[in-house]
Unconditional design. Structure first.
Length: 239
């Protein structure tokens, strides 16, 4: 156990899906997993373990922002022997062609955060960290089998939700940014540091270009394509 997780070692699966919202973790467990059991509720950060297609899977919330996912994912990797974490979150789109509900695969994450440096990961001058190759390739193959057409690219990972910098300027911090979110960079840093696997999948909940936004209820319950993609990828990773 850790200060933030009361689960026993065997309560946590080798592959963990991580949404930000604890209620989304509960929804995933209730709607996708069989025999799901609540294994952590410290600070209201719910974790459930059950099975999907006879494979043991854990779903655990990570909260908002890099410091929060940094704590929970580090502990899962370091102290619970988790091999793979798939973040299943939301993002704001930077392109007209990306619509509400579309799935994004964050192949790369750009950030000006010092999180990676502080955990001992050398960040290239580009300020970009990458998803793990194996799980990325498995996920891409799975999209073809599921006939999902995701947007694959580089996301901006920020520390501030209510930024004073207009989105038009933020999207030009690095070339070819397709969306913005708040956690992928820290997750990738932890995976690099601890020699584990990580991937960030996102559903578009907001569009800066089209001025559209999902409701809080939609954010909790309308991410079925992304969740199914994450679970099908997890099953293949566990084979």
């Amino acid at each position: 156990m850790t200060p933030h997780n009361k689960a026993k070692l065997n309560d946590i699966a080798k592959v963990v899906l991580m949404p930000g919202d604890p209620l989304r973790a509960k929804w995933i467990a209730e709607n996708f997993l069989k025999s799901a059991k609540l294994v952590n509720d410290v600070r209201g950060m719910f974790a459930y373990t059950g099975t999907y297609k006879n494979k043991k899977i854990t779903v655990m919330a990570h909260g908002m922002g890099m410091p929060s996912i940094g704590i929970y994912s580090y502990e899962l990797f370091k102290f619970y022997n988790v091999n793979t974490i798939i973040r299943v979150g939301s993002a704001g789109a930077f392109a007209k062609t990306i619509k509400l509900g579309d799935v994004i695969i964050a192949k790369e994450a750009f950030s000006e955060s010092i999180y990676a440096k502080d955990v001992g990961v050398k960040v290239p001058s580009s300020k970009i960290l990458k998803a793990s190759n194996r799980i990325l390739n498995v996920c891409l193959a799975t999209t073809q089998q599921m006939k999902i057409k995701p947007h694959v690219g580089k996301v901006l990972c920020e520390d501030v939700f209510y930024s004073a910098t207009p989105w038009q300027k933020r999207m030009h911090l690095s070339a070819n940014l397709i969306a913005v979110e708040m956690e992928a960079f820290a997750l990738y840093a932890n995976a690099i540091k601890l020699k584990k696997q990580a991937l960030c999948l996102l559903t578009v909940s907001d569009s800066f270009v089209n001025k559209q936004s999902m409701t809080p209820i939609q954010r909790q319950t309308s991410f079925k394509d992304m969740i199914t993609l994450a679970l099908e990828t997890a099953v293949k990773i566990l084979k």
